[in-house]
Design a protein around this ligand. Structure first.
Ligand code: KG4
Ligand code: ZN
Length: 369
């Protein structure tokens, strides 16, 4: 079974083809991503109107690219590529309304025109399914480093992205319990805000990671949130603590000193120490609770999912502290992509879930797990 996935919930327009290759293996045949990041960077975050317009321009070329990367062979006419596809999958939420609409309307139209079953996908759940993609076609196998085996249930999943921070225990496909979640900011959002304070480019995760490489993670004392819920998280206090640390680093005890003027007064060494100390504490809070849940629930597999799962510090701390081996997926499948959307739909079909009506599918911007 070969599934075309389509993703457009935020600033990435993505399409990918995933194939079931037998023996619990999902093979990645193509993965195409166009980002409006360069257009958005100047604003330090996603501007919904720019994202939606950019999806509109990119979605058809991105789908064409995913199909030809997966199937094009010399002598095979492009119009025949669709005959290889068994189903279409699309993100219906959560995400930005205007962005989701482009993906959903495109998928609905294609499902009707090409007469393919259509699966609707929850983007946050789908991040976890990136870990089920275990092999790639020969042309992709040099580009992607994928796990050797699919995770086994029960699975403990740490889902960490720009909008979500939660620990989820999966008993089976689509049977799960959310153990805890952030009570305020998501961890990725905290990385993005700290980057802004330090004058580093958006998205914050990778730039804070790079800035912190030469810093001392013990230099700046930052608090770890104590939450009433055993598996809940909080990141708004840590973000404010970073601002205070920056203010005192430049000798400004006046806490009304504006955050946007701070970066130009901090030295590169001070920025590096703040970035390293923040990353360490932000990640340690995730790892502490993951270990605690591992001890309590004894899962067969642990996976990390979402953009922050690309963090080297997260992988380092987890590998060091988790008493079991963990296989990480390629960072290109941690940030937003459509391969995870197709993978989620494959397991929907395998679990006997029915496709949706392509004439009726609606977006769901506030969809939760
Ligand atoms: O999953 P994702 O691509 O989009 C959402 O669904 O939100 O996650 C984006 C988030 C951003 O906040 C970004 O700063 C963060 O993932 N991120 C990272 C890294 N790469 C991306 N955070 C920490 N370290 C990274 N290397
Ligand atoms: Zn995402």
């Amino acid at each position: 079974m070969k599934i075309l996935g389509i993703e457009s919930s935020a600033d990435e327009t993505a399409a990918a083809v995933v194939e079931f290759a037998g023996q619990r293996r999902l093979r990645l045949l193509s993965n195409s991503v166009a980002s409006s990041l360069d257009l958005q960077k100047v604003y330090g975050g996603i501007v919904p109107e720019i994202a939606a317009r950019s999806h509109l321009e990119s979605i058809i070329p991105v789908i064409d690219q995913a199909l030809s990367q997966a199937f094009a062979r010399p002598g095979l006419a492009n119009r025949n590529l669709w005959s290889s596809i068994d189903a279409i999958a699309v993100t219906r939420g959560p995400g930005l309304g205007g962005s989701l609409l482009i993906g959903v309307l495109t998928a609905r139209t294609l499902a009707i025109l090409k007469n393919k079953p259509l699966y609707a996908v929850n983007h946050v759940e789908a991040h976890v399914y990136a870990n089920f993609i275990t092999s790639s076609s020969s042309s992709l196998s040099t580009i992607y480093q994928l796990p050797t085996t699919a995770p086994r249930f029960p699975i403990l999943a740490l889902i960490v992205s720009g909008g979500h921070t939660q620990l989820v225990l999966f008993e089976d496909h689509f049977k799960y319990q959310v153990l805890g979640r952030t009570q305020d900011d998501a961890v990725g959002e905290a990385f993005d805000k700290v980057a802004k304070i330090l004058g580093l480019p958006y998205p914050g995760g990778p730039s804070v990671e790079i800035a912190g490489q030469n810093g001392d993670p013990t230099k700046v004392k930052l608090p770890k949130a104590k939450m009433p819920g055993k598996y809940d998280f909080s990141y708004s206090g840590l973000k404010t603590a970073v601002l205070r640390a920056g203010q005192s680093a430049i000798g400004e005890e006046d806490y009304s000193f504006p955050s946007y003027r701070l970066a130009s007064r901090l030295s590169e060494a001070q920025k590096a120490d703040i970035a390293a100390s923040f990353s360490y504490v932000a990640i340690e809070a995730l790892v502490d609770k993951t270990i605690q849940a591992y001890d309590e629930f004894a899962p067969k597999s642990v996976v990390i999912a979402g953009g922050v799962a690309a963090s080297k510090e997260l992988r380092r701390q987890l590998s060091e502290r988790l008493p079991t081996k963990i296989e990480y997926t390629d960072i290109k499948l941690c940030t937003d992509n459509a391969a995870m959307i197709a993978a989620h739909a494959y397991y929907q079909a395998k679990s006997g879930k029915k496709p949706v009506d392509p004439k009726a599918l609606e977006i769901s911007p506030g969809l939760q797990m």
